[in-house]
Design a protein around this ligand. Structure first.
Ligand code: BTN
Length: 335
C-alpha cells in the first residue's frame, strides 16, 4: 500500500530516520514499507538520501537496514546535501569558533554576501542575545546560525520577519521532534514554559531602502543539563525529547520552512499570521511589561498586522507593544 501522492519526500525521509532511530536492530525494507505506507523503492531512495546527508546505514541481505551513525558534524557538504531551498542557505559559511554569527553575517553583508547566505558556528565566543544580553553558545550541542536577507521592500515591511522566523523554528521543531513547541511573543520558542530557542534580528536600512537584515537563531539542541540558575528558564530539545536530535536535519527543515513562510507571507499575510497566533503562547495570558517607566500587567489579546502584541488593560483600554521585555504568566517561572 502507498500513501497519498501529495506527501513530500522530506517527510518520508524523516519517518524512515525516526523508525531506524527507534529500532536499534535491523529493520527489513518490507517492514519499513508496510509501516510507513510507502513503496520499497521510496524506502531505498530515502535511505540513500539519508546516507548522502552523512547518516551511516548498514544494509545486510535478509536482515535489512540498521542505523549505525548519525552525523553530529556541521559542514557545508552535509548542510547542502538534502537542502531543498531555492536560495536560503545555498551560500554557506561554517566556523568552528567565531565571535557571533550575527556579527559575521553583518561583516559579510558589507562585503557583498548574497541574499540567503548562511553563517553557522559550532561555538560562539561572543554570542549576542536580545536587549543587549549575552547568549551562551557552547561547542557541539546547539545550532547557532544567522541568515542574511536582502529583502526588496521598505523597512516597515520587514519588522515581521522576526516573527516569521519564530514561526519557522516552531513548526520545524514540532515536525521533527513532535515536541509541543510554542512561540512566546515575539519569537522565543518555548517548550513546557522553558526557552529552547532565541532569535535576534538586526537590520541596516536607509529611510526608503533596506541594506540587509540578519536573522540570528540560537537553539539549545543537545544540551544535557543547564546551570541551576538557568534550569528554571531554559531547556533543550534533547531534555524534552529524551534523546539526541540531529542538528543538520533541523537546520535544513528550518531553512526550508523559513523560505516557504517568507514567500507565502507576501501573498497571504493573514493566513501566516493566523498560523502564528495558534502557536503563540502569550495570547490569552496575563503579561507584564513596562510603559513610561511604570510596570503594568494586562491580558494579551491579539497580534496586530504590524506584529505588535495587543494587550487589554484592567480599564478595558487596548495597548500595542512593539518592543522590550514582556513577561508571561506561567512562562520562565513567572507567577
Ligand atoms: C535572545 O536573546 O533570545 C536571542 C538570542 C539569539 C542568539 C543567536 S545564536 C546565533 C546568532 N548569533 C548571535 O550572536 N546571536 C544569535
Amino acid at each position: 500500500m502507498t500513501k497519498d501522492k501529495g506527501r513530500d519526500c522530506m517527510s518520508t525521509k524523516d519517518e524512515v530516520l525516526k523508525y531506524l532511530q527507534n529500532h536499534q536492530q535491523y529493520v527489513s525494507g518490507e517492514e519499513l514499507s508496510e509501516q510507513l505506507l510507502v513503496s520499497r523503492t521510496a524506502i531505498w531512495k530515502n535511505i540513500n538520501t539519508l546516507r548522502s546527508s552523512g547518516y551511516e546505514i548498514e544494509s545486510v541481505t535478509n536482515r535489512g537496514y540498521r542505523l549505525v551513525f548519525s552525523p553530529n558534524t556541521i559542514s557545508p557538504e552535509i548542510i547542502l546535501s538534502g537542502l531543498k531551498t531555492k536560495a536560503m542557505g545555498k551560500n554557506v559559511f561554517c566556523f568552528d569558533s567565531i565571535d557571533s554569527t550575527n556579527a559575521q553575517a553583518k561583516r559579510q553583508a558589507l562585503a557583498g554576501a548574497s541574499n540567503g547566505s548562511l553563517f553557522i558556528a559550532e561555538q560562539q565566543t561572543g554570542g549576542k542575545g536580545r536587549l543587549g544580553r549575552v547568549w551562551a553558545s557552547p561547542s557541539g550541542t546547539g545550532l547557532w546560525f544567522s541568515v542574511l536577507l536582502r529583502p526588496d521592500s521598505l523597512p516597515v515591511q520587514v519588522t515581521n520577519i522576526t516573527l516569521l522566523a519564530g514561526l519557522a523554528v516552531c513548526l520545524s521543531i514540532r515536525k521533527l521532534t513532535k515536541a509541543p513547541a510554542m512561540i512566546k511573543w515575539p519569537n522565543d520558542i518555548v517548550i513546557g514554559g522553558k526557552k529552547v530557542c532565541g532569535i535576534l534580528t538586526e537590520m541596516a536600512a536607509e529611510i526608503d531602502r533596506i541594506e540587509y537584515v540578519v536573522v540570528g537563531i540560537g537553539i539549545n539542541v543537545n544540551t544535557e543539563n543547564f546551570p541551576e540558575e538557568l534550569s528554571v528558564k531554559a531547556t533543550s530539545l534533547r531534555v524534552e525529547c529524551g534523546k539526541p536530535v540531529a542538528r543538520v536535519e533541523l537546520l535544513q527543515e528550518i531553512l526550508s520552512e523559513f523560505e516557504r513562510i517568507l514567500s507565502d507571507y507576501t501573498d497571504r499575510p493573514e493566513a501566516i499570521f493566523a498560523e502564528y497566533k495558534t502557536l503563540c503562547v502569550s495570547l490569552n495570558r496575563t503579561v507584564g511589561f513596562v510603559r513610561n517607566k511604570e510596570p503594568l500587567t494586562a491580558t494579551a489579546v491579539d497580534i496586530s498586522p504590524a506584529g505588535e502584541l495587543v494587550v487589554r488593560c484592567g480599564n478595558g483600554s487596548l495597548i500595542s507593544i512593539n518592543s522590550g521585555e514582556v513577561t508571561v504568566q506561567g512562562i520562565y517561572g513567572q507567577t
